[in-house]
Design a protein around this ligand. Sequence first.
Ligand code: ZN
Length: 481
Amino acid sequence: MAFVEQVVSASPLLHLTTMGYSMEGRALPVVVVGDVEDASPEAVLATGKARVYVQANIHAGEVCGKEAMQVLLRSLANGAHAEWLDSLVLLIAPIYNADGNERVKLTNRRYQHGPVAGMGQRYNAQDLDLNRDNMKLETPEARSLVAFWDRYDPHVIIDLHTTNGTRHAYRLTYAPPLHPNTDARIVELARAHLLPEVTRTLKAKYDWDYYYYGNLPWRGVDAERGWYTFSHQPRFLTNYVGLCNRIAILSEAYSYATVEERILATLRFVEEVAEVAYRHASAMRRITAAADSVDIVGRELALRATYERSSEPVEILMGEVVEERNPYTGLPMLRRLDVRRPERMPEFGTFRPTETERAPAAYLVPGDLNEVLNLLDDHGIEWSRLEVAVALRVERFVIDSTTVAEREYQGHHERTLFGDYEETEVTLAAGTAVVRVSQPLGRLAFALLEPRSDDSLVSWDLLGDALDEARYYPVMRTFQR
Ligand SMILES: [Zn+2]
């Protein structure tokens, strides 16, 4: 905080604000960098420029992004990249998981190559993973973030991490939004233009290899050898952003590179993404606006998904590490060696639907399900109430059976409903909430409200006991406009 306060005082182009607070009441800083009057959303939106939001330290042991963003802020304050501000406003949030950052231990992220004097922890003060909270919004951090996005509406969002997975030879790996319901133009912009261009530039400038995030199958998992990305689910921040029609990039520095190298790898990546955003700012604004105006009603959308195998094998650069010891704990940590061992293997970097439903015209939520309606509000999903009772042809989901996971995950036991929709005529009470799917956040509403969606109100068991003996899922839907 001392650093961001000092750096904003060094340049009229930098302005400090906060997106909100952590559970323990720490302000979550955002530095607004641009040709703006002040840090307010009104001032930022009034520029009409493309907005790029960069966030570090969601997992507070993955510290290199936090350092890289301070380096970037310092150089921006010194006048570097001044041309970016012709078409961009940058919103830089260097320390999202501020409470986790305070819980320094020398044994957090044990095999990571430092900082040898320790690093923060993955979870926030509630012991929750902020990168699994984007659908249920149970943490003040995620709620602050979503409210901030609602006010500043960034076009591009970069989420900075560090991976300690497979020993590969990349300086950094990345991912675009992965949910199959993401608007095709958003995905194409990231996969066909932004990421290839950034990758080519970094290779040409520094001879550093960057590629899509992936891992070999985890030990004990019976799967074909290949390059597997993580998940399509919107509980993950970048997948969530994609479902909200914005361009998102996950950035994963490599745990076994030295701290200095990780900071540099992250800094260079963010700089090149910003460079492309600067040159193609109007395309970014056009594409996100076009995605917002798509009417998805009647489209067949994914409820659940699985990895899609690439038709051809791809070349993955495998690497090697050597064991060293943390001088203070004496415990082993790993350091990358400058080895590139190309191996051809299938890639599992995208997802295909395993189950689909047609997007309805509207969902009908009983007027007294306040927790559901509050959550829709928190996400910025629009809805309205019926002023009078209405007789309507609807579909309601008949529950055949329900399973609840034995294992607790992020404080919940995952629930799955089995059953089918049936058509019926009902009289909806006055006060029933109508959530129209033809709105910018229609894809998100579908993911939250469909009973078989795999990252929904049901799967997080947010409807609680209401479903235990229920014959019907309480939220109905209609195809009538
Ligand atoms: Zn992470």
